[in-house]
Design a protein around this ligand. Sequence first.
Ligand SMILES: Cc1cc2nc3c(=O)[nH]c(=O)nc-3n(C[C@H](O)[C@H](O)[C@H](O)COP(=O)(O)O)c2cc1C
Ligand code: SF4
Length: 527
Amino acid sequence: MTRASRAVPAAVGAVAAVAAVAVHDVVQRKHALLRNFPVIGRARVLIEAIGPELRQYVVAGNNEERPFTRDQRRWVYASAKKENNYFGFGTDNDVEYTAGFPVINHRTFGRAVPPSSPAAGYEVQLPCAKVLGAARGRAAAFRPASVVNISAMSFGSLSGNAVEALNRGAGLADCLHNTGEGGLSPHHRHGGELIFQIGTAYFGCRDEHGRFSLDKLKAVVASAPVRAVEIKLSQGAKPGLGGLLPAAKVSSDIAATRGIPAGQDCISPSRHAEFSDTDSLLEWVELLAAETGLPVGIKSAVGDLVFWDELTTLMAETGRGVDFVTIDGGEGGTGAAPLIFTDSVSLPFQLGFSRGYAKFAERGLQEQVVFIGAGKLGLSDNAVVAFALGCDMVNVAREAMLAIGCVQAQKCHTDTCPTGVATQKAWLARGLDPQLKSVRAATYIKTLRRDLVKVAQACGVEHPGLIDSSSVEILNGRTASTPLHEVYGYQPGWGLPSPTDQDDIIGLMRAREPQGGTAPPSPTAVD
Ligand SMILES: Cc1cc2nc3c(=O)[nH]c(=O)nc-3n(C[C@H](O)[C@H](O)[C@H](O)COP(=O)(O)O)c2cc1C
Ligand code: SF4
């Protein structure tokens, strides 16, 4: 046999092998990237495998990429798969020299005694320390079952499969799933309980002229497990800005969900038409709460403080009020926004939240409102600082996207998301298997809750909502630090639930999470 004649069967064999791999990749459901990009998608797996070695010499460090560093993404991916999410050999953060680094003060002898098994806390329920809507006597007041919930992201910015994965994940993790401002779609109806968000375009609750319709709102919230209503005033990544979904993306599914014509540009105005100032906003809140029976809250980024002054003054003087406030940090995410808005408009979470919270606390209202935070709070260290500042719950958006397969390609605004998370292209969305990814979303949320319980116990308390601002300090470099309450001007007691709510949550946690787990004391132990 000549060399040329030997080459032909070898080439045929190679092509057949590649074809077999391609068929396998297209048929399998585990990896969205491989389903959409058979064979070539494997290059990512290879590069990921040798990434740490390559990076040491040529690419970014573990803590350099943004919005989420490689370490942070690795932690989310491993947590979502219930793999080993520990890090070896100690921190690679420059703790000694980085100003602004938060440090949590553990207690040697605390009230809570952590169980010793590493798996402890994993399945524990971590309910909110406050009952949502109780302070204003809303008919459907309830205690949210989870302090970690899925943040607002519309069907439209996310694919139907991504929304379904998140909703199923919310059901599995027993947490709440915020619909986002794009209405309540069929993809939101897979078992997860919902917060219905109302944006400026009143999608899902508008009439044929684009006006808000109370009847439609009542019908939509009654048609699904909606537990609360959130009025969106702004979001951190693009406050004060309207939005436009181009005609090409307005599919018949999206049109039906939003209550708009298919195939035409879909505009969200920058302001609400149903109210024009803080007083009329509160009137509207009370109307929606009375008509639906549900707790009603607002979502906003923080900039100018006049609104917060007015809101809290009116609440204190008139008795009308919001049941919850979701504060979004300027570092928050979006499907698409101009760079100046994502980078520079509205305060980052810690500054914005503490200023907003202080307005409530100065008027003695903080115990009557459930505070929800968002802005990279799906990372345990950020979440702990948020709880210490007075958050009762945290919302996770992009971290949940990472959990269901997002690789931070940052192409959400181009409709070419390679993992099927943020696209309306059916062939790309097809790669995302909602059943499989729902488990990832739920596992990530449970792991974050487990971390929060463990940190709380290390601080000597039973629940992250009981970590107070004196348990955290902010490093000013190698030689000095400032307690969190001093950094943000907090008074004693700020950031904690009322004494009654504290007693209730301690009782609930003690009943759910066994304490201790070490060997019993020896006969010579000192009491
Ligand atoms: C793709 C995408 C879509 C979003 N859509 C909405 C929305 O409809 N309504 C809203 O209030 N916030 C929206 N947000 C903001 C998030 O709910 C959240 O507040 C923000 O991303 C901060 O959370 P994170 O840092 O965990 O991502 C969106 C964010 C992303 C990434
Ligand atoms: S993979 Fe990229 S385009 Fe897709 S959701 Fe993530 S960041 Fe957006």
